[in-house]
Design a protein around this ligand. Structure first.
Ligand SMILES: *[C@@H]1O[C@H](CO)[C@@H](O)[C@H](O)[C@H]1NC(C)=O
Length: 613
């Protein structure tokens, strides 16, 4: 019975009202006492009904998975049966928009329900995400994640996977930005990111920006150059000359540190933690997905009397790609496809565990990706390594184009949501915040603007109207584009203020810099801004021409008013992604085992024994 629960709720509410009425009608007891009794009873009924009905949440987030990579979104060569199955039993969103097109800000927006610009998870430089485990920025502690609110209201909250929202503030073990400080009571996963540099022989994210053919040689050349330079400076320079002694020594020390840093990059940045403890350094990607699945299922089993929140942000399908033996060579799309297959398997295993434990009826499952596929990702041999964004233009890192922000998204809750429903109206990844808190009966924070909306009525089919008349698409700190879904209308407009300049010219991405940048000479400003009719032209190929002058003006007017209002709601805050905050700080370096090697392996997750494939 799909709507039995809803009916139960309504019945309960009615019963509740009736009891109250009967009680107030009774004469004889002192009025005061009666009042207190009524209030207590009403509170009790409310609390018990809430406890009985509070759903569990399992939220899956893939990394860099494109909307065109998933079977139920039209891919016919990659196999994603588990994700497709969720869509068959639930609601598929065709216009689910990530609040940012790179990991760090997109995840921050997801967890807080707010645009990253509101709390400094944006920058004005080329660096838009954390690159080192020993950076000092992070998701500000004043921000409230849904995990924190759910935990405060009695939920068990677990996070298993990739965090990427900062770690330490002042000391290597203060863990101020740690998931456990942001509302999770269990954490198993990667504090930073899955980087090429974490895998031996898979190249470097630092040299990926340079031309492909020097990709492999660059680290060695760089190392050789610095070694020669250091030897020359330290040996040849007349350091007996007093004036030069200090600067020479400083330079040598700095170069030495730099060399040490790059030689130890993998050890220092590729870390696996369980709660506050480092359990593997450097992280071993062998069977990592199987370990994530194991820990996720263990968390569900431990908390099956609920309610619980389980957040599973996979390391897949970010480069460097990896997959367990059973998946290697399983796809037609190289190691990228293999990792999509493994991701789908992992989703299936965890959803099966919900079914096995009879939890599916009371669990809302969400599957999405933090942003679109990374078009600049190429293997050293030039094979496509990034995801597919379907018909949409652009990809990860490009603030406004659909390809980077329109992500796959599916929600399943058999008891409360229709099966096989498709929603085409605009939704945001920030909406999950407001939706799951509202469903749990938890009031949204009143002391700040929450940008996410409760989309449950939209999911249930009570409305088809978008809850967002306007959505703002940022490229880091810069407002790049705005989409407008006018109320009571089927139209959908998008205004683009600037576009990235693709390089090499004529390509469809920023291959020379590995990620498009959002400012200065890296972009072309549009004056007047481009206006696209996203219903007619979802590919963003044909901006309205001057013959559509009136429509163009109408859209630009409406959007500029909305932008003005939006900008009035923003206040200056310190940037968590400033160069200073991103820089590697030796005193924040987390390390297990002896410096400088920092190696250990005490992950006790047993080997996967379940069914594979
Ligand atoms: C399916 O995904 C692969 C890998 O991203 C891609 O190469 C292929 O073009 C996609 N197929 C379709 C029909 O979108």
């Amino acid at each position: 019975m799909k709507h039995s629960k809803k009916r139960k709720w309504k019945a309960r509410k009615k019963q509740n009202e009736q009891t109250n009425q009967q009680l107030t009608n009774k004469k004889g007891l002192p009025k005061m006492l009666l009042h207190v009794f009524c209030i207590l009873l009403a509170m009790l009924v409310q609390v018990t009904s809430q406890v009985a009905s509070r759903p569990n949440y399992v939220l899956f987030l893939a990394d860099d998975l494109g909307i065109g990579d998933v079977g139920c979104y039209g891919n016919d060569t990659l196999r994603t049966p588990a994700i497709d199955h969720l869509a068959a039993e639930g609601v598929l969103l065709t216009q689910h928009i990530a609040a940012a097109s790179v990991c760090t800000p997109s995840r921050a927006a997801f967890l807080t329900g707010r645009y990253p610009i509101r709390y400094g998870m944006t920058s004005t430089t080329r660096l838009r995400l954390f690159l080192f485990a020993a950076s000092s920025g992070g998701l500000p502690l004043g921000e409230i994640t849904f995990a924190k609110l759910l935990k405060n209201h009695g939920y068990a909250t677990g996070m298993i996977g990739k965090w990427h929202l900062g770690m330490n503030c002042e000391k290597a073990n203060d863990h101020c930005y740690h998931p456990l400080n942001h509302g999770f009571d269990y954490f198993y996963g990667i504090p930073l990111n899955n980087l090429r540099d974490c895998h031996i022989g898979k190249g470097s994210v630092f040299t990926a920006g340079s031309k492909q053919n020097i990709n492999n040689a660059a680290p060695y050349a760089l190392g050789l150059f610095f070694t020669l330079l250091a030897t020359w400076l330290c040996g040849v320079l007349p350091i007996h000359s007093r004036k030069l002694l200090l600067p020479t020594l400083t330079l040598c020390a700095l170069l030495g540190l730099l060399m040490l840093f790059f030689s130890q990059f993998r050890n220092w940045n590729c870390i696996l933690m369980e709660n506050n403890e480092i359990i593997q350094q450097p992280i071993n990607f062998e069977n990592l997905t199987q370990r994530i699945v194991y820990q996720a299922i263990r968390f569900i089993e431990r908390n099956n009397d609920g309610p619980f929140l389980l957040y599973v942000p996979f390391a897949h399908v970010h480069t460097a790609h990896f997959a367990a033996n059973a998946f290697r060579g399983s796809s037609k799309h190289g190691v990228y496809g293999d990792s999509v297959h493994e991701l789908d398997w992992a989703v299936g295993e965890i959803v099966n565990a919900l079914d096995r434990l009879h939890l599916s009826q009371n669990t809302l499952v969400y599957f999405s990706s933090d942003q679109g596929g990374h078009l600049e990702e190429m293997s050293p041999t030039g094979a496509v390594f990034g995801g597919n964004n379907g018909i949409y233009k652009g990809g990860k890192g490009m603030g406004g184009f659909e390809g980077g922000i329109r992500v796959p998204a599916i929600l399943r809750w058999p008891e409360m949501l229709p099966a096989s429903r498709k929603v085409d109206s605009a939704t945001s990844n920030m909406d999950i915040f407001s939706t799951i808190l509202t469903l749990a009966g938890i009031p949204l924070p009143q002391d700040r603007i929450i940008d996410g909306k409760d989309i449950f009525p939209l999911l249930q089919g009570e409305t088809n109207e978008s809850q967002h008349e306007f959505l703002f698409h940022y490229c880091s700190s810069y407002l790049n584009a705005v989409r407008w879904s006018p109320p009571n209308s089927k139209s959908l407009w998008k205004v683009i203020y600037f576009s990235p300049i693709f390089q090499p010219a004529g390509s469809n991405a920023c291959h020379d810099t590995h990620l498009c940048h959002c400012f200065g000479d890296f972009v072309e400003q549009h004056e007047p801004p481009l206006v696209f009719d996203l219903i007619q032209d979802p590919e963003e190929c044909h901006p309205l021409e001057s013959k559509d002058f009136l429509t163009q003006q109408r859209v630009l007017d409406a959007v500029s008013k909305a932008v003005e209002k939006h900008q009035q709601s923003l206040f200056p805050v310190p940037s968590q992604l400033s160069v200073n905050n991103i820089l590697w700080k030796p005193w924040l370096q987390m390390c297990c085992g002896a410096l400088p090697y920092c190696t250990c392996d005490q992950d006790k997750t047993p080997p996967w024994e379940g069914r594979v494939l």
